[in-house]
Design a protein around this ligand. Structure first.
Ligand code: AVJ
Length: 326
């Protein structure tokens, strides 16, 4: 490896640990205490999330995959001559592969841009998508915003931006709108977004999806503490925190919490944190907003998109919405 490249990688890793430390320090000091959900996805966290997607109680991935397989051809039928597809956060690439395979009779050669902050995730996703054939795959190891801009600069024609898996559910309503407005600013009139969104369903179905009987989601949540211990030199007792999922009906979101089982002081040396937590005090680690179909359309309209097709899986209450930039 070029020594300059090696050094810049080290610098970037140190910078990202610094950012992690600063975020941990800031968010843990808030009321209620929080940790940003993006930090759930280190290598182990990403593997645990992939396992979550296979759990019988977590229906998002299977419902979306069924919709993409059943309607992928229709997506490209309604959206003539797409030359570029950009996926933000492709995960392992399997959903995009399903979409592009289903679309095969309707599409020509295309450029596919995959945007993710994780190099290892990108490598896996690129391999999965390349298997479809008749595509040029370009990867962008970048945040959604900068990756989208980079991909847009290489634009060769009509562009479809895919944001799947109900990842939009992690944003609060103003955040979701800001995010979509950013996408809108990066594309041209006539380009489109394909948005996968989990819908409101009975609380008992939501709670078992986010607090599964096998404890995989609990491990996914508590892994954030494992990561803090490893990367920031802490020694938080994992047994002192339990996983909890709650349905917040007022805001229509599932919240994941880590609940302190006893009063304790947590010390995180590299983040200069020494915080006293009382027994029962919570750290809020994730929100997953759930939508009503009409809310998805309102959100898209308020951000410069005109929704023109929607496919809903009734069994698992999940929606795929296609909207055009206007
Ligand atoms: C990847 C954000 C869509 O909110 O359903 C799964 C993450 N958290 N189980 C979701 C998650 C707990 C997931 N998203």
């Amino acid at each position: 490896m070029d020594p300059r490249t090696a050094k810049s990688t080290v610098d970037r890793d140190e910078a990202s640990v610094e950012q992690f430390a600063a975020d941990v320090r800031y968010y843990l000091s808030l009321t209620p205490r929080q940790l940003p959900s993006r930090y759930l996805y280190d290598a182990l966290g990403s593997a645990l999330f992939e396992s979550i997607c296979r759990l019988p109680w977590y229906t998002i991935t299977r419902a979306e995959t069924r919709l993409l397989a059943a309607h992928g051809e229709d997506v490209f039928g309604r959206l003539q001559s797409v030359a570029n597809v950009i996926e933000l956060g492709p995960g392992n690439g399997e959903k995009l592969r399903t979409l592009l395979q289903a679309a095969s009779p309707r599409r020509g050669v295309m450029d596919v841009h995959l945007v993710d902050v994780s190099a290892s995730a990108l490598a896996i996703a690129a391999q999965n998508v390349e298997n479809v054939g008749n595509l040029r795959v370009v990867t962008h190891e970048a945040t959604y915003d900068s990756g989208l801009r980079e991909a847009a600069r290489q634009r060769t024609g009509r562009t479809l931006v895919a944001f799947l898996g109900s990842n939009i559910g992690n944003f609060d309503p103003p955040g979701a709108c800001a995010f979509l407005q950013n996408i809108r600013a990066g594309v041209q009139i006539g380009d489109a977004v394909l948005l996968g969104v989990d819908l409101v369903k009975p609380p008992e179905r939501l709670l078992v999806a986010y607090d599964d009987p096998l404890g995989v989601t609990a491990a996914f949540n508590r892994n954030l503490l494992v990561r803090i211990n490893r990367e920031l030199g802490a020694s938080i007792d994992l047994d002192a925190f339990s996983h909890r999922a709650v349905w917040n009906g007022e805001h229509r979101r599932v919240e994941m919490h880590l609940v302190a089982q006893s009063g304790q002081t947590i010390r995180i040396p590299r983040a200069q944190v020494a915080e006293r937590l009382e027994a029962g005090e919570v750290i809020w680690t994730e929100s997953s907003y759930k939508y009503l179909p009409g809310q998805i359309d309102d959100l898209l309209r308020s951000c410069g998109f005109s929704p023109f097709a929607k496919w809903i899986d009734r069994d698992d209450a999940f929606a795929l919405t296609l909207a055009e930039a206007c």
